[in-house]
Design a protein around this ligand. Structure first.
Ligand code: 13P
Length: 254
């Protein structure tokens, strides 16, 4: 069975003290993750080590960075390298979030470079894709997402692809309170898996975890996660509230 993942994306929110408190609250609330499930916390870069320390030794709880750069090292002021992440024991990074694509002009080919350096350094990318509202309204969302996957991932071989987690986040559902229906989520996740199957074969496609993101909350997580091709969620706003995020963790498929 594919790994089921509840990933928290704190984005640019919380002070250090608030972040510490949130992690402590989450740890202290009852949650039941098993060896096939994981909760991943994508915290702001200055809090990565704090989060690592808080979660050390806690089963099935991991830390992720929200971004990294495509170069190994050098004169790139303000950027974070994969070596920096692995040197503090961080092995997940969110890549290609729609906010980075929109505000920082990250293109599919730039993201392909970031994917490559992550894989070379044993860091698992959580690769985000998803369409804006006008594409959804035009009904061309499958083609749009297919192009994102083709241009950022299709240079990989099957073994490399198996190290990637995909997060489908329709932009019109992010931070809007407007969730894709569970049927819309399932439809797109199945389309992504079919597309991966046509390139990499069924066996590989069946092993890739595909998370849904966009206004996931404690109250709607279970109906979305129960869909056969949805393997958990990437959560913004609701990941900042301990009870909400723990409810989301507990809604993962068993
Ligand atoms: P919201 O859960 O706030 O809609 O954000 C989703 C998201 O962008 C997670 O990466």
């Amino acid at each position: 069975m594919r790994k089921q993942i509840a990933a928290a994306n704190w984005k640019m929110n919380l002070t250090l003290q608030q972040g510490e408190q949130l992690l402590e609250d989450i740890i202290s609330l009852p949650h039941q993750l098993n060896e096939n499930q994981e909760a991943v916390f994508a915290v702001p870069a200055p809090y990565l080590m704090m989060a690592q320390q808080k979660l050390r030794g806690k089963e099935y709880l991991s830390v992720a960075a929200q971004n990294c750069y495509s170069k190994k090292s050098g004169a790139y002021t303000g950027e974070i390298s994969v070596d920096m992440l692995s040197s503090i024991g961080v092995y997940y990074v969110v890549l290609g979030h729609s906010e980075r694509r929109e505000y920082f002009n990250e293109s599919n080919s730039f993201l392909a470079d970031k994917i490559n350096i992550c894989l070379l350094n044993n860091i698992t990318p959580i690769f985000c894709c998803g369409e804006p509202l006008e594409i959804r309204e035009a009904g061309t969302q499958n083609e749009y997402v297919a192009k994102q996957l083709q241009e950022s991932l299709y240079h990989l071989n099957a073994d490399q692809l198996l190290k990637i987690v995909i997060a489908y986040e329709p932009i019109w559902a992010i931070g809007t309170g407007k969730t894709a229906s569970s049927a819309q989520a399932q439809e797109m996740h199945a389309a992504i898996r079919k597309q991966l199957e046509s390139k990499y074969g069924k066996e590989t496609a069946e092993c890739i975890s595909i998370l849904y993101g966009g206004s996931v909350k404690g109250s709607n997580a279970a109906e979305i996660f129960v869909q056969p091709d949805v393997d958990g969620g990437l959560v913004g706003g609701a990941s900042l509230v301990a009870e909400e995020f723990v409810a989301i963790m507990n809604a993962l498929k068993k």
